[in-house]
Design a protein around this ligand. Structure first.
Ligand code: F6R
Length: 261
């Protein structure tokens, strides 16, 4: 079972996850981070940027792989995940941009982009720590319900629910692309440590389904039940539908001294 940590708010989650990432950066010569976009990981990126600055942590060798990208946005579009990763991660953390990869959403070369991305992750030695958000539909990456639990990086059609959730980033809901290229669930499961974050009541049902529901392609987040090292960090609102919430609090409060998230 994933380790489930229920925290007070997003800042507490960000501080906790940043601490885990700092330990990785200090202990691994060429750490590889799996990067999510969207609102959920922002408190983690903020806390991590602060720690890197305050403690002068060497990030010259940090490599990164984003989870996903829209297909067909013009190069340099401010809401392409390439732009978002540059703005929210590469610049504030001071990473080397040439070491941070985002799937190639150029429609002209999309046929081969998935395979190339998989090869790049393998060549980097795989992802050490994968940050994940959870969509209201239960998606991780952009693996919408019905995605194969063994899937690799490929093109997917976004659900209308996800397009409407992401419309807040665009001038008009119609501007949200229909298609994306996303790491598959199989790709995500290869990372050595998964850290799934979710905040707010609107995520509560998806969190409960992912952690306590049956393992099912209908709930892509439930795939984390297969992973030997998964940490889930949620606030009280996102935890509100968890049947075992009291047990998770009890287990975290009584964790052994050696237990790290
Ligand atoms: C983003 C991603 C998505 C988001 C999810 C939640 O790279 O892969 O799975 O994590 O849609 O989005 P937010 O965090 O904006 O609620």
């Amino acid at each position: 079972m994933a380790e489930v940590i229920i925290v007070e708010d997003q800042d507490a989650a960000g501080a906790l996850v940043a601490d885990t990432i700092v330990q990785l950066l200090r202990s691994t010569p060429q750490p590889v981070l799996g990067l999510a976009t969207g609102s959920t990981p922002l408190s983690t990126y903020r806390a991590l940027a602060q720690r890197i600055r305050d403690e002068s942590i060497d990030v010259r060798h940090v490599r990164g792989f984003a989870l996903d990208e829209y297909v067909g946005l013009p190069a340099g579009h401010p809401e392409s995940y390439r732009s978002v990763i540059t703005r929210e991660v590469v610049e504030p953390l001071g990473l080397d941009p040439s070491l941070v990869h985002v799937p190639n959403g150029d429609a002209a070369t999309i046929d081969t982009a998935g395979e190339e991305y998989e090869a790049a992750i393998l060549a980097a030695g795989g992802v050490d720590l994968q940050i994940l958000g959870l969509g209201r539909t239960g998606h991780i990456g952009f693996n919408e319900p019905g995605s194969s639990l063994a899937s690799l990086t490929r093109v997917k059609t976004l659900t209308e629910a996800t397009r409407s959730d992401n419309a807040r980033f665009f001038d008009s809901p119609d501007d949200v692309p229909m298609h994306c290229i996303t790491q598959g669930i199989g790709t995500i499961l290869r990372a050595r440590h998964l850290v799934l974050l979710a905040f707010g009541e609107r995520k509560a049902r998806a969190v409960a389904a992912a952690l306590e529901g049956p393992l099912s392609a209908m709930q892509p987040g439930s795939a984390i039940q297969l992973h030997p090292h998964a940490t889930v960090v949620v606030d009280e609102a996102a935890a509100s539908e968890l049947a075992l919430a009291d047990y998770y609090r009890h287990a975290w409060a009584n964790r052994m001294a050696w237990q790290q998230p």
